[in-house]
Design a protein around this ligand. Sequence first.
Ligand code: NAD
Length: 396
Amino acid sequence: MNPESINRRQLFVAAGTLAATSALSANAQTPAPTQPRAAPKPDEGKPLAPKDRVGIAIVGIGAYASQQIIPSFAETKYCRLAGFVTGDAAKGRDFANRFGVAEANVFGYDQMAELANRPDIDAVYIITPNGLHREHTEAAAKAGKHVLCEKPIATSPQDAEAMIKACADAKRLLMMGYRCQYEPYNLRAIEICRSGRLGRLVSMTSEHSRTADPSDPRDTWRLNKKLAGGGSLPDIGIYSLNAMRYLTGEEPTEIQASISSPPGDPRFKEVEATVHFTLRFPSGVLANCQSSYDTADVKRGQVFGTDAILTLDPLSDYYRHNLSVSSKPKGSETPVEEKILIPEKNQFALQLDHFAQCVRTGQTPRSPGEEGLRDVRYIEGIYRAAREGKPVKVNG
Ligand code: NAD
């Protein structure tokens, strides 16, 4: 079949899926797409003048905000860094001066209502601990601002539903910061999975692990159940979960899982260290995933098809992705690995620009709040499957 005709057919299906997704009400069950989602298309627009760009205030100036997101504004085409919301006013003023933002646009977390009086701030990007995403999203929506929110959307499906409702009631956009869905190597991997080049997809694996360090302030809240929502699973296992969904373009229907933490390790008093989970997809694909806070670093994904195997290693790093497809040529006993080289692009800027374009045009984002809600529902399913020690059906 001509690959172009595949894309057009799938684009049509995706339009239907998006319509169904945006029709989700706060209490509705997650709808099941019947066909894989289409591979997204890159944006090719020209940069806008600063006055025409979407003004975004950063909520929470921690490690991810200060090291990745804030510097990436310089590489965006449609975004303007417009303010800071922080618990540390001096840090806020310092960032304002360093990045050309008016000091008047620095707010405390308890001053978010005042955002309503700042027409030069159109939206906020929430980069605070997971357990605070709901209150910061609700405050921003109430102040009339669009919201880009870091993963996981929240620490429970109920909080995620409330966030979707708050933004819908305020007629504001809610998009998830699922940066991998904007990153060129991941986009190429989606395209390859949809193109038929791997043959029929049969199984997948993905591992996301690192060593949690309680002396690092970034990990202090990550080991606290109330602020993090769980351990390695909602923090980094979510990359595997989300990738299995965007690579197949399907929603899982059944989950099996096991959890393990080293006995007596004070890091894991409240949250888990290691989770293994298997997702079953409607096409029959089985995805086997691992997340851990207790091993050396890994951020990998593989897709096993009847004709070839795709490897993304790393899958979810900030830079330097590796993508390859290996298969045995007809009549040969030796697999050949093709390394796919494409220009690296700043995925943070690409994600920010997609958000800004959605704010400007009213288009539904590629990773709307509902996408985050699905993941926290599956996370809840993974914990339940591990607790009950048997497979659980999920409403994918
Ligand atoms: P961090 O600890 O470095 O930053 C958290 C910020 O929130 C800090 O500025 C801190 O002062 C502030 N904060 C406000 N209230 C707080 C409280 N009660 N306890 C602790 N901190 C509080 O964490 P981070 O690594 O920047 O993560 C922040 C968010 O970004 C999380 O949701 C995380 O999952 C997400 N994140 C996403 C990526 C990604 O690649 N998409 C990477 C890292 C972090």
